[in-house]
Design a protein around this ligand. Structure first.
Ligand code: UD1
Length: 423
């Protein structure tokens, strides 16, 4: 257990920051590398506790995973059969472990994994994943905390309609369909940039996929796939988080090595708040500004406003001018940052999935707790502009998703220290 100590406000915050590879692309791509026995090489794979957990899961199944001196990660899955059973301890570390089902089922005909279970932000069922696998001919059994899917004769292509454009279900089913017999069509598919990145990787391995990035994805199954090299896209949520940090402080910031197209909803909202952004080919520059004007925000599947930036945006509105509303439509319990922000002086009330934010001029440093990854980032946003010392506990949530976080923040002028908690 560790904490961040932040002394605010960060008066000299600003400069430029280089964005890392996307966590949410890296995880499904690492898992999909198990679809073939040949070596895959991944560039721009972020060093995070989540990618480490995925690497450990894959290593426990028999994969070789190595980070080279140039930073690229080599994955080889030259295995006849996964070596070990998928145990609860490893799999429960990361919800995206459910994505291991696709390569296990498609290549080896069997996937038995612990149910990923719920987490702080909602129940997060996997029914859409299982419904899709079942439509492709897999027999699904659930019991004793495990889900056991088997398709000894291989998966068979079909039409799958998703009741909700789930990112994870789209990834799992698109990946599995690559080695299925015949054609699979996924209707009402998610169209997040990470889906396109995964599709590009799979196509590099020899998969036949069309339509990724739209709401209908078609996959023509092939007999086998081969290894390839792939560069993971920049992390749009990390870029958005740093822009919000700077916006809250009225600071100028250049986020480099990013993909501005993926951040259109945030750039639009910052514009509505009166904060000016300039997007280049691979950078976004936020100009110095005054207090943001209050706006309303509603989270939606891409290209709507991302739920993964909702908490940070709320921290920004907390010191905005006027009153704004934030509606969370993706996860049913994604407001756990609110009581913590209120401890720092924010004026926020909730009613169901709506939060009403009454902007205050100043926040004050306080002792708070990160309840999940993005809630933690929101507390950092608040602590950077709050007067005095803040202590943010449970930062292991934050370290799941932000590479070299304290180093990057310090280089921008933040006074932040990471301390191990005394048990
Ligand atoms: C992914 C992201 C996460 C992001 C989310 C939404 C990764 C590793 N994580 O999570 O950061 O916040 O997309 O953009 O990429 N649902 C069901 N049944 C299912 C699957 C999902 O009801 O079988 C529901 C969920 O409970 C949730 C909604 O669909 O309410 C969206 O979930 P989903 O898009 O699947 O999110 P994840 O893939 O888990």
């Amino acid at each position: 257990m560790a904490s961040y100590i932040i002394n605010g406000p960060a008066k000299n915050f600003g400069g430029s920051v280089r964005i890392s590879g996307s966590k949410n692309s890296a995880l499904p791509i690492m898992s999909a590398a198990m679809l073939c026995p040949e070596k895959n090489v991944l560039y721009n794979l972020p060093r995070l506790s989540d990618t480490e957990a995925m690497a450990e899961i894959m290593a426990s199944l028999g994969c070789g995973i190595e980070r080279r001196e140039d930073g690229a990660v080599e994955i080889s899955a030259d295995i006849k059969k996964p070596r070990r059973k998928c145990g609860y301890a490893l799999f429960s570390r990361l919800r995206a472990s459910v994505l291991i089902m696709a390569p296990l089922l498609a290549r080896f005909g069997k996937a038995k994994i612990p149910m990923p279970g719920g987490c702080k932000i909602g129940a997060r069922p996997i029914d859409l994943h299982l419904k899709g696998f079942s439509a492709m001919g897999a027999k699904i059994r659930q019991g004793h905390g495990f889900v056991d899917a088997s398709a000894p004769g291989g998966l068979v292509g079909c039409r799958i309609y998703l009741d909700f454009p789930s990112v994870g279900a789209t990834e799992n089913l698109m990946t599995a369909a690559c080695l299925a017999e015949g054609s699979t069509t996924i209707l009402n598919a998610a169209n997040e940039p990470e889906i396109c990145d995964l599709a590009d990787f799979l196509i590099g391995m020899g998969a036949k996929i069309t339509g990724a990035g739209g709401d209908t994805i078609t996959v023509e199954g092939v007999e086998e796939l081969h290894g390839c090299s792939h560069k993971i896209i920049p992390d749009r949520i990390e870029a958005g988080t740093f822009l919000i940090f700077a916006a809250g402080l009225g600071a100028a910031l250049k986020v480099e090595k990013t993909e501005p197209r993926h951040l259109k909803p945030l750039i639009a909202k910052l514009g509505e708040m009166g904060l000016d952004c300039e997007a280049g080919a691979d950078f976004i520059e936020l100009h110095p500004s005054g207090r943001p004007k209050a706006v309303d925000i509603k989270t939606m599947p891409y290209p709507g406003f991302p739920t993964d930036l909702q908490a940070q945006a709320m921290a920004l509105l907390a010191t905005g001018e006027g009153s704004g509303m934030v509606v969370e439509t993706i996860f049913e319990n994604r407001f756990t940052h609110i009581p913590e922000l209120c401890r720092m002086g924010a004026g926020i009330k909730t009613e169901g999935n709506a939060a009403f934010i009454n902007g205050v001029r100043h926040l004050s440093g306080a002792e708070v707790r990160a309840t999940d990854l993005r809630a933690g980032a929101a507390l950092v946003a608040a602590a950077l502009k709050a007067g005095g010392k803040s202590v943010i506990h449970n930062i292991e949530h934050i370290e799941r998703g932000y590479e070299s976080f304290t180093e990057k923040l310090r280089s921008l002028g933040a006074d932040i220290e990471r301390v191990e908690d005394n048990v």
